[in-house]
Each structure stands twice: as structure tokens, then as C-alpha cells.
Design a protein around this ligand. Sequence first.
Ligand SMILES: CC(C)(COP(=O)(O)OP(=O)(O)OC[C@H]1O[C@@H](n2cnc3c(N)ncnc32)[C@H](O)[C@@H]1OP(=O)(O)O)[C@@H](O)C(=O)NCCC(=O)NCCSC(=O)C[C@](C)(O)C(=O)O
Ligand SMILES: [Mg+2]
Length: 366
Amino acid sequence: MGAVTGRYGVAMSHKSPKDFFAPLAVGAPTPPREIPARPSRAIHFFDPSNPKMAAKVPAMVGTVDVLLGNLEDAVKADNKVAAREGLVEIAKATDFGPTQLWTRINSLDSPWVLDDLITLVTEIGDKLDVVMVPKVQGPEDIHYVDRILAQLEAKGGVERPILIHAILETARGVANVEDIALASPRMQGISLGPADLAADRKMKTTRVGGGHPGYLVRQDPKDGDIQGERTIFQQDLWHYTIAKMVDACAEAGIYPYYGPFGDITDVVAAEDQFRNAFLLGCVGTWSLHPKQIEIANRVFSPSVEDIKHARRVVAAMGDGTGAVMLDGKMEDDASLKQCLVLVDLAEELAAIDPKLKELYDTIEVD
Ligand SMILES: CC(C)(COP(=O)(O)OP(=O)(O)OC[C@H]1O[C@@H](n2cnc3c(N)ncnc32)[C@H](O)[C@@H]1OP(=O)(O)O)[C@@H](O)C(=O)NCCC(=O)NCCSC(=O)C[C@](C)(O)C(=O)O
Ligand SMILES: [Mg+2]
């Protein structure tokens, strides 16, 4: 393929499939052909420059799927270097076992990001699974990080390619989400960044994720009485963006995530938002406070009822073709595929979570 015309008629050059999977620097590891499905129900954020938070990290290994050392927003400008150095120290001193180690680097237009990448990849590149890039605008941002990662992996002798995760937090990023998802074989996934996205879009909200009481649909008046009692339903401000992100990720074979839910005390609404995202296709969310980890782990693991039903459908469908009746409902090749999504996820999670394995193992299919 040569130059092709992309959105807005701008000439884009597409790489050949062979070049797409070639290392971008001499001596860098070969990029992956497939992104492994590693459990990542909660991506737990901590500020490595905060001694209290940092002290809690080693004991969190094994209790959360991903620990993420955050260097960007929520870390004070004066603490940027301490956060970077703190993350290097924690990574070197900790055996992460089955828990992944991710980082969120500073934004690409900040004065810190180049040193973030140079320090982290050369010092702890062998321990870092994923680099989360904030405020991604388009594929060009991913290409930039992709090339630098390759150069630094080569320099630091890193043998396993570090993956890239993009945060969707600008209107332009949302418009370009398919191109972002397909920008590099390193792309691991995408998260919603509702606070920056709201600001960039000039939404009139002041929250970090979640709904808004003013964004609603009201029941029609009864007998023309507009002042009478009318049920209202709060709507989901993020439905469109999440659905668009899920499609882009599914097309690219990578993983979508909800993102942050800032009202730490409202564990009920957090659970609702996480469950909506799970049902729509997301594999995980962020946790900003230790109390959100349990919610995320629970919500992003299929329930016993779901697995029981899924296994019954698998058993009833035999070779997987045709249509059968189960409890008065039609099941066919396509409903079986949905059930297999749940069964496969349960197996992946059971492999790293002994409690879940026990729970799923006890399910009896009648
Ligand atoms: C919300 C805050 C201020 C409440 O912090 P607190 O200290 O007031 O809470 P607490 O309930 O009093 O904390 C109890 C204990 O837990 C510790 N603790 C508390 N949090 C954590 C943690 N995460 N990890 C590990 N330990 C934690 C805390 O240090 C304390 O330790 P102690 O018992 O020894 O005193 C605090 O939890 C926090 O700073 N969390 C991380 C916030 C963060 O990373 N924000 C950035 C991501 S969201 C975002 O960037 C948006 C986005 C995508 O960009 C976009 O939409 O645009
Ligand atoms: Mg942000």
C-alpha cells in the first residue's frame, strides 16, 4: 500500500504488514502479533512520590491485577521527579508476581515526558508491562511513543516489548479512536478519561466520571398535567464514547477500560458505572482508592449465575451449530458465542485468582 487518503483528505502512509510488525529500532524486541488477554479488572493508581501510598504498594501485589505508578495529573509539579524516581525504586525493590506494573507518563507536550520515558525504560524496562499515554490526539502520538520505546528498549537491552495504552480525553482523540487503536502492534488498550474529555468538549460538568442529575429523560405528563408526578431516568453521559471506544478496540484486537470514578465515597454509583462498562465490552476500570479495587474485581468477573447459564448453553448446543430451546428461550450459534466470551473470561481469571477458581469450580450445571 502506498499513500492513501485518510480522514479530511489528508495523505496518510500505511505500512506494509511486514513493516508494521518490524522493530522500530535496531536491537529492539519484535513487537507482538497479538495482545495476550491478561486479567486487568482494576488498574490501581498510586502516586510514587506519596510516601504513604508508596508504602502500601508491595502489600497490594496479588490483590489487584495492575499496579500503576502515576506520573501525570494528580501528581504535583514539584513532585514530578520524585514520582519518577520513586517508581524506579519501588519497581526495583518489588517482586510483582502475577500483578502487572504499568505507568502513566506525563503528556507528550509536557517538560517531563522525555525524561519519564528515558528513565523508566532504561532503569526498569524489564519490569514495566504497559506505558499509559494521556491526552492522545491521534495515531501520530502513538507513532512517536512507539519509536522512542523501541530506541530505549534497544539501549537498555529490554527483551520484551513494552505495550502502549492510550487515554481518550480529547474530542480529537475520540474522533480518531479507530486510528489510535490501530496505530501500532504495541497498542494494548484504551481508557476513557472523562474529566479532561469533559473539559475539552466544553461539557458543563464538574465531576470525574459518572452521571449527572441534570442529564435525564422525563416521563410524559399524565393527562396533560406537566406539574404532576413524572418519573425521571438519569442517562449515561459516557455511553456514546465508551461504545465507540469498545468498537475501536474490538476491531484492533485490544482492550477497552472504563477509567476513573472520582466520587470515592459513592461505591454504589461506581459499581453501576463499572457494570455498564463491563456489559458494553470493557475488561476493566481504574481504581483511585484501595476501596475501589474490590468493586472492580467483583464487577469485571463474570457472576456465578452467568457462568452457570453459559455452561448450560455450551452443553445444550453440542457441536455449536443449530438452535435449541432452553428455559423457553432460543439459543443458537450466536448466543453460544456470547456465552463463550464469559466462559473464556472465567477461565483466564480463575488462572490467576484462586478464590474465583474455587467459586467457578463449584458450579454445577443441571
Ligand atoms: C483520592 C485520594 C486523594 C484520597 O486520599 P486520602 O488520603 O484522602 O484517602 P483516605 O481514605 O484517607 O486514605 C486511606 C489510606 O489509604 C491510602 N491511599 C489512598 N489512596 C491510595 C491509593 N490510590 N493507593 C494506595 N494507598 C492509597 C492513604 O494514603 C491512606 O493511608 P494511611 O492509612 O497510611 O494514612 C487518593 O486516594 C488519591 O490520590 N488517589 C489517586 C488519585 C489519582 O491517581 N488520580 C489520577 C487518576 S484520575 C485522572 O487522572 C483523570 C483522567 C483520566 O486523567 C481524566 O479523566 O482526565
Ligand atoms: Mg486526564
